[in-house]
Design a protein around this ligand. Sequence first.
Ligand SMILES: Cc1cc2nc3c(=O)[nH]c(=O)nc-3n(C[C@H](O)[C@H](O)[C@H](O)COP(=O)(O)OP(=O)(O)OC[C@H]3O[C@@H](n4cnc5c(N)ncnc54)[C@H](O)[C@@H]3O)c2cc1C
Length: 403
Amino acid sequence: MSGGVAAKTLREGGYDGRLVLIGHEPTPPFGRPPLSKTYLRGEESLSGWLVNPDKWYESNRVELIAATAMGVNVPMRQVELDAGRSIAFGKLLITTGGENRQLDLAGAKLPGVFQLRTVADSDAIKEAAHRGARALVVGMGFIGCEVTASLTQMGVKVTSVLPGAAPLESVLGPEMGALMAGIHRDAGVELVAGDEVVRFEGANRVERAITRNGRKLTCDLAVVAVGIRPTVDILKDSGVAVDNGILVDAMCRTNVPGIFAAGDVANHLHPLFGRIRVEHYNNAEKQGAAAARSMLGSDSAYGYVHTFWSDQYRHKLEYVGHVRKWDRFVVRGSLRDRKIVGFYLTDGVLRAAVGLDRGGDPELDEHGELAAAGRLIAREARPDPRALADEAIDLEHLQIQER
Ligand SMILES: Cc1cc2nc3c(=O)[nH]c(=O)nc-3n(C[C@H](O)[C@H](O)[C@H](O)COP(=O)(O)OP(=O)(O)OC[C@H]3O[C@@H](n4cnc5c(N)ncnc54)[C@H](O)[C@@H]3O)c2cc1C
């Protein structure tokens, strides 16, 4: 995603020299969101999710090289590829994304135990997920929740195991966690909370999982969705600084001149939120473009007020801002009706907002409540929590006390 957008931005920005995109997936750059949703359920192909149409690369003289980058030789200014080849660079953008965390458990490699990152992963899950099958989902972050929802919609009986009390609780808090738990339970999902899988068992294929609390969960397939780790292996011994991803400044520059990073792999210095690494589509897209502009000589900081979305069943979740710890969560709307906008405040400053079937897409609906919240977040506003909760008060006209 990030690499494809960067290539497009470089050409649109007037860069006319040699442009090479190295990647080891068979598809040209595309968006992954449907892999856990419409594509998994067989409702949509990926053609609408390509970053650029297939022909764009040739007509814009962008060389797509299907290879694995093995290392970066900084003194020689070369990327070393498998099969002994290397590509020289003047400037280099690293957008290697993330790879799924593995569970180091007995039976985790049994056939029928899946992960989800690639088209091949999604195809394999789809093939195993016939109507009436029993699936186990391990982890209830965004991917786990979406796979749980999609499999349920496909007529699969799903049990989901999660270490915390409720789905998405660590990102969205206990109120939203309880809401999401209710949505999954109402759809027929068995949530096994506060527990974890300790081993998978089966003769030739996964048949059950055993949990720490001694539950024996029978299944025909299992999907492990326990997060990603940033893919930084190619930078080993390169001198490019790495710490929970590739460390970049606000212009997407690493500590080595001429080398940039963007997307899931980039741990960037954000003017509002400090140092963060974001694993969402909108960031991959916008930061890929921002990095390309920096490569072209721009010195503007990447200060995007982050947004993301998640689709589960018929519900749409939208989020704007960024916060890890907050001291107040204010609800506008009705938790009972599951239609709310929730606001996260830290020391009185609005840091993030979440919408469940309410508030609009902060990227598309500029008059929506979440877009308005995004503008308050960008100003580090200190809105009155009572006004945030008050349906009668237009967020746009909220009286705020500046920081
Ligand atoms: C199933 C799924 C659903 C998602 N749904 C949503 C959603 O609804 N909303 C949302 O906001 N976000 C969603 N995301 C997250 C979003 O897709 C990611 O944030 C985005 O893909 C990150 O883009 P990227 O370009 O940084 O990395 P990636 O998309 O991971 O691309 C990195 C590429 O680099 C390649 N690569 C890595 N190392 C090497 C190497 N050494 N040599 C060659 N190639 C290499 C990889 O194979 C990959 O093709 C979803 C992710 C998944 C997996």
